[in-house]
Design a protein around this ligand. Structure first.
Ligand code: FPP
Length: 250
C-alpha cells in the first residue's frame, strides 16, 4: 500500500550511510537577511539564534555527532559598538534560555576561542553551560566565540614554547599531533564537512588547521533560512563525495 505524503514525511529516514560525523558551520548572512526585510542587523542575528536550536536538534537524526558553529570571530570586534554589544547580549540570553533545552537534548556544549577577552558575566555563563552538560554525549555542540584560527595557533604555540623552554618537551618531539593537543579543539575530531551559508566562498579564519581535509559546501541560503531540510540536503550530498586524503582513488 502506498504511503500518504504526510505519513512518509513523518517516518524517520535513516541517517545517510557514510555521512559526516563532524559538521562545522560558518553561519553567514544574518545582516543581509535583516536588511532585506528593512530591519536592523540584530534582528537577523536573533533569527539566526533560533536556527541554532533547530540545527543542533536535527544532528542526531542525521548521524551528525559533532556540530561546531562560528558565532563570533576575533575579527568581529571591528563591527559597530551597537552590533558587538547586541551580539554579546544575545549570547548571554542564548545560554540562559537554552541551557535546560540543551541539557534535555543530551547535548554536550563546549566553547572554543579566547574567552579571556569576553565580559565576565558571559564567561561565567559559558563555564556554567559547559559544566552543566559535561556528562552528555548525545550530540556535541561546540560554539566558537572570539575564535580565530591564527589566534588559536598562536596561543597554542606560545604554550608549547613554554613547555620546550621549561624542559618538559624536546623540540624534536613537536610534531603535528603534539601541536594539535595544544589547540582549543584538542578533544574534537577534525570536521568532515564545513558549510558556509549566504553565498560567500571564504573560510574567514575558521578551523584552518582542523579542516585540512574537510569537504566544503558554500550554499546560497542565508543563515536565518537554514532549515533542517536544507541541512539534510547538504549532509546527503556529502555522502556522494569521495574523500581521498591525498591518495589516489581505489
Ligand atoms: C555572520 O552574519 C554572523 C555573525 C557574525 C554572528 C553569528 C551569530 C549568530 C547566528 C547568532 C546566534 C548564535 C548563537 C550561538 C546564539 P553577518 O552578520 O556577517 O551577515 P552579513 O554577511 O549578511 O552582514
Amino acid at each position: 500500500m502506498a504511503l500518504s505524503k504526510a505519513t512518509a514525511k513523518k517516518m524517520k529516514t535513516p541517517p545517510p550511510a557514510d555521512g559526516p560525523k563532524h559538521v562545522a558551520i560558518i553561519m553567514d548572512g544574518n545582516g543581509r537577511w535583516a536588511t532585506q526585510r528593512g530591519k536592523p542587523r540584530l534582528f537577523g542575528h536573533q533569527a539566526g539564534a533560533k536556527r541554532v536550536r533547530q540545527t543542533v536538534s536535527a544532528c542526531p537524526d542525521l548521524g551528525v555527532k559533532y556540530l561546531t558553529i562560528f558565532a563570533f570571530s576575533t575579527e568581529n570586534w571591528k563591527r559597530t559598538q551597537t552590533e558587538v554589544s547586541g551580539l554579546m547580549a544575545l549570547f548571554r540570553r542564548y545560554i540562559q534560555r537554552e541551557a535546560s533545552y540543551l541539557q534535555r537534548l543530551g547535548a554536550r556544549v563546549r566553547f572554543i576561542g579566547d574567552r579571556a577577552k569576553l565580559d565576565k558575566k558571559l564567561q561565567t555563563l559559558m563555564q556554567y553551560l559547559e559544566d552543566l552538560t559535561s556528562d552528555n554525549d548525545h550530540v556535541h555542540l561546540t560554539i566558537a566565540l572570539n575564535y580565530g584560527s591564527r589566534d588559536e595557533v598562536t596561543r597554542a604555540t606560545q604554550r608549547l614554547a613554554v613547555e620546550v623552554a621549561e624542559g618538559r618537551l624536546r623540540p624534536d618531539q613537536v610534531d603535528s599531533e603534539t601541536l594539535a593537543t595544544f589547540l582549543d579543539t584538542y578533544v574534537l575530531p577534525d570536521p568532515d564537512l564545513v558549510i558556509r551559508t549566504s553565498g560567500e566562498a571564504r573560510i574567514s579564519n575558521f578551523l584552518l588547521w582542523q579542516s585540512a581535509y574537510a569537504e566544503y559546501e558554500f550554499i546560497d541560503t542565508q543563515w536565518p533560512d537554514f532549515t533542517p531540510d536544507v541541512f539534510e540536503a547538504v549532509v546527503r550530498r556529502y555522502g556522494k563525495r569521495e574523500r581521498r586524503f591525498g591518495a589516489v582513488p581505489s
